[in-house]
Write a protein that binds this ligand. Structure first.
Ligand code: PEP
Ligand code: MG
Length: 531
C-alpha cells in the first residue's frame, strides 16, 4: 500500500507507532429468537451483567472515571431506556434485535442534535448497547486490543477506553470526537496520544501507523524516509519532555528574568497522588463538576473531605476551588436543564448554582470548613453580572453565620470570579471580586461566536484572536490598577505556542493541567519579553 496521510485535531499530545485496530462495530447477525418469555429473561440478565461489569470497572477507577461510569450505570438502570425493547419483544422481536433497535433510535436522536452534550451521551449509549449485545451472545465485533495498539473508532466511550491497558503505549484515532470530550480528558490525564476529527471511516484505517498527536498527523503504511523523519521528531519530543521534566520544580522565569506563577488545574484529588506541591505555585482551578457526576449529589461531609484533602496537599499554597460549573457541555443528572436550545448560553455555572440555593449552600459550607486546613479560595464560574457575585457573597455570609452559630470550625475564603463571559471582561471594574481568573476556553468561544466543541469552527475559536487578547489585557490592567490578582486557567495557558502572547498582555500567573506543567515552564523560560 502506498503511504497515506490524514490530519485531525490533536486532543492528547504524544507520539505512537504500531498496527491499527479498528473498534468500530459491525453488529453480528441476529440471534435466532427463542420464545417471548425466554427473550425477556435473556435481556434482563444481559442488562444485569452489563451493570455488574461497569460497577467492577468503576470500583477500580479513579474519581473522575468512576463518575463517568456511574452515569452510565444510572442510564442502564433507568427503566425508560429498556421499555421500548421489552415492548418490541412482546410483539415477537428477538431480544438482541429489540435492544439494538431501541438503543439505535435513542442514539440517532442524540446524534442528530447540534449539542455536544448530546453527542457525548450518544457515545455512552452506544457503549451500553454493545455491552448488552455482548451478553446476549450477539455482541459487536470487538477485536482484541493488544497492549500498545493504535485504536481507531468513530468515537470511543470512556468505559471502552478505561478497559484497555495503555501501560505499554498506544494511541487513539477518532474519526469524530472532540478535544473536550470526557474520553479526551482521560487520554490527556493518562498520557495516551489522541487525534480526533480525522473525518475518515475508521474501517479504512488499517495497517502500520505513525501517530503524531502533537500536530494531529496520522501516516499509514509509511515510506522508510517518513518513518525516519517521524522517529527523529519523536526523539526530539521525548528529549524536550525529559529536559522539561527535570526542571519542573524550578520557578518559572522568562529569559529576561520576569517571574511567572504557574499553578495547576485539578479535576479530582486522585490526580495529585503522584505530584508534589513543590512543583507549582498552588492549585489555580479545581473543577468540582466531577464530584457531582456520580448520579447523586455529594453531601456536605463528602465535599468537605475532598476539599480538605486538596487544601492539605497544597501545604500552605493557595487552592482555588471553583463552585459547580454544570451545564453547557457538562450536564449533571437531576440538576441541569435538559433540552435547552443552546446550553452554552443557558443555565450553567453560577446561574445554575443560584437557581438551586440549597445545593449551592452545601458547597459553600463545605468550602468554608475546608478553609481551616489551607489557603482555600472560592471561585465562581460564568459570572455575567455583579449581582451574581453579590448574591453568592450574601449566601456565603449566611452560611458562615450559621456555621459559627452551630460552633462548626470554618474560615471565610476570599471570593473571586472567572472572567469567561465578555460582558464581565468588558465591565470588569464593576465586579468587587477578591481575584480574577480568565477562562480562556469559554471567553474565546463567546468572543468569536465559535463553539469550543465544534470541529468545523475550531480555527475560529482561537484564544490568540486579537479581540480575546485585548479583553485579557483589559482585565490584567484593571487587576494592576485595583491591586487584585489576575490569573488565567483556560487551556491556552498550557499551550507553549500561546505563552508569549499571553505574557505580553501583562499576565503573570497561569494555571495549567499537571501534564502541561513542565512544557509550560519551559516555554516561559524561552520567552523574552524585552524587559
Ligand atoms: C475556561 O472556560 O477556560 C475554563 C477554565 O473552564 P472550563 O474549561 O471548565 O469551562
Ligand atoms: Mg469555562
Amino acid at each position: 500500500m502506498p503511504e497515506a496521510r490524514h490530519h485531525g485535531r490533536p486532543a492528547a499530545p504524544g507520539f505512537a507507532s504500531g498496527r491499527v485496530v479498528t473498534l468500530d462495530m459491525a453488529v453480528a447477525e441476529r440471534r435466532a429468537g427463542g420464545d417471548r418469555e425466554q427473550e425477556m429473561t435473556a435481556l434482563r440478565a444481559a442488562v444485569v451483567k452489563a451493570v455488574t461489569e461497569l460497577s467492577a470497572l468503576a470500583a477500580e477507577a479513579d474519581d473522575d472515571a468512576a463518575g463517568i461510569l456511574g452515569f452510565q450505570i444510572a442510564l442502564l438502570e433507568d427503566d425508560a431506556l429498556s421499555e421500548p425493547a421489552f415492548a418490541a419483544i412482546a410483539s415477537g422481536i428477538p431480544a438482541d434485535a429489540a435492544w439494538r433497535d431501541a438503543l439505535d433510535d435513542e442514539i440517532a436522536g442524540y446524534r442528530a442534535g447540534e449539542d455536544e452534550t448530546f453527542h457525548a451521551r450518544a457515545a455512552d449509549l452506544a457503549d451500553l448497547r454493545d455491552r448488552v449485545l455482548d451478553h446476549l451472545g450477539a455482541g459487536a465485533i470487538a477485536p482484541d486490543v493488544t497492549r500498545g495498539s493504535i485504536v481507531a473508532a468513530t468515537d470511543l466511550p470512556p468505559s471502552r477506553f478505561l478497559a484497555i491497558d495503555w501501560r505499554a503505549g498506544g494511541a487513539v484515532l477518532l474519526s469524530e470526537g472532540s478535544r473536550n470530550s470526557h474520553v479526551a480528558m482521560l487520554a490527556r490525564a493518562r498520557g495516551v496520544p489522541m487525534i480526533v476529527g480525522l473525518g475518515i471511516d475508521p474501517i479504512r484505517l488499517a495497517g502500520e501507523a505513525l501517530v503524531d498527536a502533537t500536530c494531529g498527523e496520522l501516516v499509514l503504511d509509511p515510506a522508510p524516509a517518513t518513518r525516519a523523519d517521524f522517529e527523529a521528531r519523536r526523539r526530539s519530543h521525548e528529549h524536550g519532555a525529559t529536559q522539561a521534566a527535570i526542571r519542573i520544580g524550578d520557578p518559572a522565569v522568562t529569559a529576561d528574568g520576569v517571574a511567572v506563577a504557574v499553578h495547576i488545574n485539578v479535576a479530582s484529588p486522585d490526580e495529585l497522588a503522584s505530584l508534589s506541591p513543590a512543583i507549582c505555585d498552588g492549585i489555580g482551578l479545581v473543577r468540582t463538576e466531577f464530584l457531582f457526576s456520580g448520579g447523586s449529589l455529594p453531601d456536605e461531609e463528602a465535599q468537605y473531605r475532598v476539599y480538605r484533602r486538596l487544601a492539605e496537599w497544597s501545604n500552605g499554597k493557595p487552592v482555588t476551588i471553583r463552585t459547580l460549573d454544570a451545564g453547557g457541555d457538562k450536564p449533571v443528572v437531576g440538576l441541569t436543564t435538559a433540552g435547552e436550545s443552546n446550553p452554552f448560553l443557558g443555565v450553567r455555572g453560577v446561574r445554575l448554582s443560584l437557581s438551586y440555593p440549597d445545593v449551592f449552600a452545601v458547597q459553600l459550607r463545605a468550602l468554608a470548613r475546608a478553609a481551616c486546613h489551607g489557603k482555600v479560595r472560592i471561585m465562581l464560574p460564568m459570572v455575567t453580572l455583579p449581582d451574581e457575585l453579590e448574591a453568592a457573597r450574601a449566601l456565603l455570609d449566611k452560611e458562615m453565620a450559621a456555621l459559627r452559630a452551630a460552633g462548626v470550625a470554618a474560615e471565610r475564603p476570599p471570593l473571586g470570579i472567572m472572567v469567561e463571559v465578555p460582558a464581565a471582561a468588558l465591565a470588569i471594574e464593576r465586579f468587587d471580586a477578591a481575584f480574577f481568573s480568565v477562562g480562556s476556553n469559554d471567553l474565546t468561544q463567546y468572543v468569536t461566536a465559535a463553539g469550543r466543541d465544534i470541529a468545523a469552527v475550531a480555527d475560529l475559536a482561537d484564544p490568540l484572536n486579537a479581540a480575546v487578547l485585548r479583553l485579557i489585557r483589559l482585565v490584567v490592567e484593571h487587576g494592576h490598577a485595583s491591586g487584585r490578582e489576575v490569573s488565567l486557567c483556560g487551556d491556552a495557558g498550557g499551550d507553549p505556542a500561546a505563552i508569549e502572547a499571553l505574557l505580553r498582555t501583562g499576565l503573570r500567573s497561569l494555571s495549567v493541567a499537571p501534564a502541561a506543567l513542565a512544557a509550560t515552564k519551559a516555554a516561559i523560560g524561552r520567552t523574552d519579553l524585552g524587559q
